[in-house]
Ligand binder design. Sequence first.
Ligand code: SF4
Ligand code: MG
Length: 325
Amino acid sequence: MTKLLEIDQLSIEFAGPSGPIRVVSGISLDIEPGQTHGIVGESGSGKSVTSLSVMRLLPKGQARVVEGDIRLNGQSLLEMSESQMQKVRGNRISIIFQEPMTALNPVFKIGHQVREAIRQHTKKSKRAAQKETIGLLGEVGISSPEQIVDVYPHQLSGGMRQRVMIAMAMASNPEVLIADEPTTALDVTIQAQILDLMRKLQQERGTAIILITHDLGVVAEICDRVSIMYAGQIVEQGDVKTLFKEPKHPYTAGLLNSMPQFTGKENRLQAISGQVPHPTEYTAGCRFAVRCPSRMDACDITEPALYDFGSGHRCKCHLYREGFE
Ligand code: SF4
Ligand code: MG
């Protein structure tokens, strides 16, 4: 069966002062209609760069895909012309970012911005688009949309602005919605409401969602499958239930351990010490080695393979190599 969206052995490089720097190395994941796939990682792990590459929005002249492919319904996005890609972007694939203030134009009223988003991919008249704007704002839980169309972005709370962004992203009824840290800037209550909203829209429309986050709690709330990224690689991937119950990778285990709601050990919060290495510091061995409590000699020398445990559960760690006891 053709997958809806397929990222296949993708590698991305940035131009550096002394040669290209590989920030994403050979990652693969796929997503089916109506599914939510979480991409989890600390900042610098390559998750946002990956989402930008799906939209073909990597900064020109600075970053490029050097290996692999990205396919939408079997069709390569990387091989499309810019004009073909414009029809995909914001139409078949939409993206929402962490800080809606930067994506909304401060000088235009909300109604104008949502209406223009609608008119970008339909040939609707202004009047029809205005009507749809009000309907859409209502659908994302804005209680008096007739009034909200006449206000400017700065007059809204962060949660309301994120609802407007979701309305704009959903205006085209996209097959895939990429949400890059959509709730990070919001307080916990509003965060839960926004996640509920995304889930509701997904159920009603069958949209596939790629959710980028550093927060495993958010993944537990809303995702079906998850990829854990570390230093530009996917180190573990699987369905959320399995991965939370039986994490294989020491990094995943560490992330889960630092979340009291999953360990039940409120006072034994164990953060993983150290930081994600910079791409210029990657070694031939495992990139997590300097932080890993299970590090062995082999870890410093050879890169671990991605081991498959069945049902799409994979882990990149020497602990699972053949014959290892
Ligand atoms: Fe730790 Fe070695 Fe596994 Fe890397 S390969 S995560 S260093 S045990
Ligand atoms: Mg980011």
